[in-house]
Design a binder for this molecule. Structure first.
Ligand code: CDP
Length: 203
């Protein structure tokens, strides 16, 4: 039987950490859907047409996730993500993943609203832009990228505006989503809330 956990929200809010923890705790498969858009973004930066790239995406493109986690690719991802044909090309894959037997956790921007509106658990994980920029700065510095707080904050805000403002599948909390604001709530506390929500819905 399928059981889907949809986790949406803006960049660096803690979605990935919560998604990985839920997947490990309940034995669900996990898909970071941002990687799909990042992989298309990387192909666009290499000169490919984004729609062709999305239609031709293969497992190989996601083979080295860390190589996709650069600021340039994040920016390109949010540019290709506004193109309806790019999103459409990746919908079936995400839905098949969401409904696989044994349970699935997907994190992204439109999982609870568009990809899997029937998800049994929907979380919207958010935090202030400043707190998210601090977190993303630490991650990028730890991974060896050269950047600074002002640049990361500007990137986060530009991406928020593009993701929330686009016409197709904008980033928005589903009406029936539980919002976890990690500005004040620590990530471990947010993980605990997520576990409780999944346990309650699973029965
Ligand atoms: O890790 P971070 O939260 O910074 O970004 P991500 O989840 O890897 O997503 C990168 C970009 O892909 C986002 O800024 C969105 O524009 C796009 N995206 C999307 O449109 N829909 C999704 N389901 C996932 C990502």
């Amino acid at each position: 039987m399928s059981f889907t956990v949809a986790i949406d929200g803006p960049a660096a809010a803690g979605k990935g950490t919560i998604a990985r923890a839920v997947a490990a705790e309940f034995g669900f498969a996990h898909l970071d859907t941002g990687l799909l858009y990042r992989a298309v973004g990387r192909r666009m930066l290499a000169g490919e047409d984004p729609v062709t790239a999305a239609q031709a995406l293969r497992a190989d493109d996601l083979g080295d996730p860390d190589a996709l986690r650069t600021p340039e690719i994040a920016r390109a991802a949010s540019q290709v993500a506004v193109i309806p044909e790019v999103r459409a090309a990746m919908t079936d894959f995400q839905r098949a993943f969401a409904y696989r037997a044994g349970g699935a956790v997907l994190d992204g921007r439109d999982i609870g609203t568009v990809i899997c509106p029937e998800a049994q658990v929907k979380l919207f994980v958010t935090a202030s832009a400043e707190v998210r920029a601090e977190r993303r700065l630490s991650e990028l510095l730890a991974a060896g990228h050269e950047t600074d707080y002002a640049t990361v904050l500007a990137d986060v805000k530009a991406r928020d505006a593009r993701d929330a403002g686009r016409a197709t599948s904008p980033m928005v909390a589903a009406e029936d989503a539980l919002t976890l604001d990690t500005t004040e709530l620590s990530i471990p506390a947010a993980v605990a809330r997520a576990f409780a929500e999944v346990a309650a819905k699973r029965g």
